[in-house]
Write a protein that binds this ligand. Sequence first.
Ligand SMILES: [Zn+2]
Length: 296
Amino acid sequence: MSKQINKVAITGGTHGNELTGVYLINKYKKNPDLVKRDSFQTIFMHTNVGAMQKCTRYVDKDLNRTFIKKDLANPEKYCYEDVLAKNINEKLGPKGAEKTAVDFIVDLHSTTSDMGLSIVIDNDSELTWQIASYLKEKEPNLHIFRWKGDTKEVSFVNSITKDGFAIEVGPIPQGVLRADLFFETEKLVGHILDYFEKLNTNQLNKTYKTLEIYDHVKLLDFPRGEDGEICATVHPNLQDNGYYKLSKGDPLFITLEGEVINYDENDEMYALFINEAAYYEKGFAMCLTEKKSISL
Ligand SMILES: [Zn+2]
């Protein structure tokens, strides 16, 4: 790959109650040398300070679903996160431009579900997939999840640039700073920056050809009654069990009366983002994925 990286952005606090990113950015503010490399510039920023102050996911709407090109250009869109998104887009983008202000965005998240150390990729750029493979080699316990989304256009912070992804670690309750996953996240960011340094100085002697991933198939809602209220929750087998393998007939949900609802599809799937707190309002109990090896 001949691409040269000039500027990288590490963003945290996109969801104000996900403290791993909030505090890692705080740490970088105090010790900017931690993210300094010779061949490129790293910037780091809190993206949603209003939500961080309230320790909520967002103020008016989910910032990580707000980077939609036509909305970014629409002056009528002016709620708190709409304005934030426009400012961030100006600073890091603009989205869709051939040349963006930064070359790569790493957005820091955490989840209440047992996702371990994961990255969420929503693009097909070569650099992104090469770096994902490099990270998997460095940290074999890393999970790579290809997200196909709950919005028509991918509208994550990291979708501003062609290259980038989100780091997603858990289980971490909302509003909690958890040490082990904080340090794992920090280490992973270090590997990412090292990769760019090696790329820029021609020290990468390997092109990865295949990678094992969890590929998004669909989002699954909770069973609901006629009134629209949730009438069952995830079965205890799945709770706190990230990347859970589901085969036909396996318990999936359990009603509040204790009746088990089984997984009824023929295809074997892996469930992740199981019982993620922030997805109740979106109507997702989990994401079903296919585990596969893809060619790069
Ligand atoms: Zn998040």
